[in-house]
Design a protein around this ligand. Structure first.
Ligand code: OSB
Ligand code: MG
Length: 367
């Protein structure tokens, strides 16, 4: 196969409900979509870089210019035997993993369509049913948060994750646990704590959480290992895991007992599979994280979640939780049992609504 053209589009989509983490609140998303033109078929990818360089150093402007100036020139017109080879061609560029993932994932998408195979099978998936959880942001009041949790539990979701930060943590978890003593519950700090707060973090142990996600610095493994030794609750790393080597180092040092795999954060499907495999070899479960994706990225997260070691419910949930109208058809729906059944059709099994995307686009460039 050969990638002959790359088209970037920026679309703007308001969220149905704002999303707040320890680093801020978003009401509306700027999303970068990438189309790879490949011998008559098109592959689509979504770049999960945010509006700001807060979750990671990448944001949509760095992704756009890095793709334009470096990544697209490195792969356009090159003969490829399979999509995973794209990663090697882009390896000279350091970092910029979300930008790289948009290209590599579009290439996988194209390969699946070209071979008329379901993407999840091409990736090596083993199950047609994935387990879904939800990530619920910081709200204006605890009552509002409890209402949202009630709605999600009624919808069937199998795990509730709440965002925490100093001042919105023990008080919140206490109220959730007193109302729902037995639900699968976790929290995500997005790096809001420091190691000298270990006494405070130890108090999280009483809530029997499935995990505490990324309590310390976004680029740290070593101090998470120190912290994990002090906690009963399992640490799950998100931001800190940039590739399979980080995962190996985190497991070797005991920095976490669970890993969140985000295909954009690690640079694409091939590295995501390597992270998955390292964890599987160490008997550490993984789950699929989310980045408030549209249907394009969401469909890719669903395909990835079919791999064997995705043993915990992910942050992969229904389109309607985010968007009044998603850009794929059908939109992603979750069963009353909190599962998504993966399609056996070629590609992702979702059709891209190109007319709608064209209407939403505020910027477009083809290389
Ligand atoms: O840390 O998992 C995170 C959203 C944006 C940036 C970081 C994170 C998140 C989420 C949302 O938790 C997951 C989702 O519902 O897509
Ligand atoms: Mg996280």
């Amino acid at each position: 196969m050969k990638i002959e053209t790359i088209t970037l589009r920026e679309i703007r989509m308001p969220l149905v409900h704002f999303f707040e983490t320890s680093f801020g609140r978003v009401y509306s998303r700027r999303i970068l979509l990438l189309t790879a033109g490949c011998e008559g078929v098109e592959g689509w990818g979504e770049c999960v870089a945010g509006e700001d360089p807060f979750y990671s150093s990448e944001w949509i402007e760095t992704a756009w210019s890095t793709i334009k100036e470096y990544l697209a020139p490195a792969i356009l017109g090159r003969p490829l035997t399979a999509a995973h080879e794209v990663a090697g061609l882009m390896a000279k560029v350091r970092g910029h993993r979300m930008a790289k993932a948009a290209i590599e994932n579009a290439a996988w998408d194209a390969e699946a369509r070209q071979k008329q195979q379901p993407l999840w099978k091409l990736l090596g998936g083993t199950t047609r049913e994935i387990q879904c959880g939800v990530s619920i942001g910081i709200q204006d009041s605890i009552e509002q948060l409890l209402d949202r949790i009630e709605t999600e539990l009624a919808a069937g979701y199998r795990r509730i994750k709440v965002k925490v930060k100093p001042g919105w943590d023990l008080n919140v978890l206490e109220r959730i646990r007193s109302r729902w003593p037995d639900i699968l519950l976790s929290c995500d700090a997005n790096s809001a704590y420091r190691l000298d707060e270990v006494e405070h973090l130890r108090k999280f142990d009483r809530f029997e959480l499935l995990m505490i996600e990324q309590p310390l610095w976004n680029d740290d493994i070593y101090y998470h290992a120190r912290l994990q030794r002090e906690l009963k609750t399992a640490i799950c790393l998100d931001e800190s895991i940039r590739h399979a080597r980080d995962a190996a180092a985190a497991l070797e040092t005991g920095a976490c007992r669970i890993v969140n795999v985000k295909v954009g954060r690690v640079g694409g499907f091939s590295e995501a599979r390597k992270v998955h495999d390292v964890c599987q070899d160490n008997n550490v479960p993984v789950w699929c994280g989310g980045m408030l994706e549209t249907g394009v990225g969401r469909a890719h997260n669903i395909a990835l979640s079919t791999l064997q070691n995705f043993r915990l419910p992910g942050d992969v949930s229904a389109s309607r939780r985010y968007w009044a109208e998603d850009i794929i058809e059908p939109e992603v729906v979750v069963s009353p049992q909190g599962t998504i059944t993966v399609s056996d059709e070629p590609g992702t099994g979702y059709r891209i609504r190109e007319d709608l995307i064209e209407k939403l686009a505020v910027r477009k460039e083809t290389f």
